[in-house]
Design a protein around this ligand. Structure first.
Ligand code: MTE
Length: 323
C-alpha cells in the first residue's frame, strides 16, 4: 500500500493534545462518570470482558498492519474513555453501558448476506475475519450529539465484503441489521424503539475506501460495547450511521430506513454527513467536544474527510445531505 503524506485539513493545534491535559481530564471525566479506582477494578474482575478477550479465537489477528493512509495528527482517545462512553441502546440509553454489554454473546456469530446477490449466504464470523486481510486505521468519530473521539480500528474495507457478497447490478443500497435478541439485550424490550437497529448506505458509499468494517480496536478484538464482533464505521457521517454487532447485510433497491430515521425523521435522515453549517434542529453542529480533553474544537465538513467523499454527493440536493 502506498503511503500518502499530506497534512489533513482537520489537523488541530498540538496544544489541544498534551498528555498532561489528557491525563487530568481523563481523571475528572472518570470521576464525573462515577468510575473510581475501586469500581474500575471491580469491572475488570467481572467474568466477561477480560477473560472472554483472552479466549477469543481471533486474538492472533491483532495488532493488524497499519494503513498509513489513515493516520491522525492528534491524540488517540485513550482506550478507557472509549470503553466507558458508548451509545449502544440495546444495553441502555445512557453512556455507561460497558458492563451491561458484556451480556452480548458473540460466539457463534453468523452473518446473513441476502437480497439482490448472486447467491444468498451465511458466513460464520470466525471464517469471514480470516478471508479478508485486516488492517489498522486511525479514524475520527463524530457523534450527532456533538462529541468526538479518535479510534484505532482494525478490520477491512466494506468494499471487500461487498465483493465477496457478489451483488447484482440492480442493487442500489446496502442495508445492515443488528441482532434481535431481547434476552441478551435488555434494551430491546423497550417498545420505544423499532428493533432491530438498522442502517444503510448507497452502493457508491459502500465502495468508497473509507467505509470500514471494524472487527478490532486498540490492537485486539473489538470490545462488546463497541459492537462486537463486527460493526460499521463511516467516519465522515454522524456516528449513528455506524451500526454495531451486524447480523444481516442485504442488498436492496429501496433506500433503507434506519432506526433513528424511523423514530424521528425530522432530526435524523438517511445521509447524516457531518456539516458544521447545518444545525441539528435542537442544537448547533458548529463545534464538538473532544471527549478525552474536554476541549471544544470546530467541526469540519464531512468530519475532515471531504477530499475522500465530497465527490459522492456531487450534484445532489444539498438540503438533505447533512442530517
Ligand atoms: N449500533 C447499534 N446497534 N445500537 C446503537 O445504539 N448507536 C450508534 C452507533 N451504532 C448504536 C449503534 C451511535 S448513536 C453512535 S454515536 C455509535 O454507535 C457509538 O459508537 P461507540 O459506542 O463505539 O463510540
Amino acid at each position: 500500500m502506498v503511503a500518502i503524506h499530506r497534512r489533513p485539513s482537520w489537523t488541530i493545534a498540538e496544544s489541544l493534545a498534551t498528555p498532561e491535559a489528557a491525563y487530568l481530564n481523563r481523571r475528572s471525566l472518570l470521576q464525573a462518570m462515577g468510575i473510581t479506582m475501586a469500581s474500575a477494578t471491580a469491572l475488570a474482575a467481572l467474568p466477561g470482558p477480560a477473560r472472554a478477550q483472552e479466549a477469543d479465537p481471533t486474538a492472533d489477528l491483532y495488532p493488524a498492519p497499519k494503513n498509513d493512509r489513515y493516520t491522525l495528527d492528534r491524540d488517540l482517545t485513550p482506550e478507557e474513555f472509549n470503553a466507558n462512553y458508548n451509545n449502544f441502546y440495546e444495553y441502555g440509553t445512557q453512556k455507561e453501558i460497558a458492563a451491561a454489554a458484556q451480556q452480548l454473546v458473540v460466539r457463534p456469530w453468523e452473518i446473513a448476506i441476502d437480497g439482490l446477490v448472486e447467491q444468498p449466504m451465511t458466513l460464520a464470523f470466525d471464517d469471514l475475519v480470516r478471508k479478508i486481510p485486516l488492517e489498522t486505521r486511525l479514524y475520527r468519530h463524530r457523534c450527532v450529539e456533538a462529541w468526538s473521539m479518535t479510534i484505532p480500528w482494525a478490520g477491512f474495507p466494506l468494499k471487500s465484503l461487498v465483493a465477496l457478497a457478489k451483488p447484482l447490478g440492480s442493487a442500489k443500497f446496502v442495508r445492515f441489521e443488528t441482532f434481535l435478541d431481547p434476552a441478551m439485550a435488555p434494551g430491546q424490550n423497550s417498545f420505544l424503539y423499532p428493533w432491530p437497529y438498522v442502517e444503510g448506505v448507497t452502493m457508491a458509499e459502500a465502495a468508497n475506501d473509507l467505509s470500514f468494517i471494524a472487527t478490532g480496536a486498540y490492537d485486539k478484538p473489538i470490545a462488546k460495547q463497541h459492537g462486537a464482533p463486527l460493526r460499521l464505521h463511516l467516519p465522515w457521517k454522524y456516528g449513528f450511521k455506524s451500526i454495531k454487532s451486524i447480523r444481516r447485510i442485504s442488498f436492496v433497491e429501496e433506500q433503507p430506513v434506519g432506526l433513528w430515521e424511523a423514530i424521528q425523521p425530522s432530526e435524523y435522515g438517511f445521509w447524516a454527513n457531518v456539516n458544521p453549517e447545518v444545525p441539528h434542529p435542537r442544537w448547533s453542529q458548529a463545534s464538538e467536544r473532544v471527549l478525552h480533553t474536554g476541549e471544544r474544537v470546530p467541526t469540519l465538513l464531512f468530519n475532515g474527510y471531504a477530499e475522500e467523499v465530497a465527490g459522492l454527493y456531487a450534484g445532489m440536493d444539498a438540503a438533505k445531505l447533512y442530517m
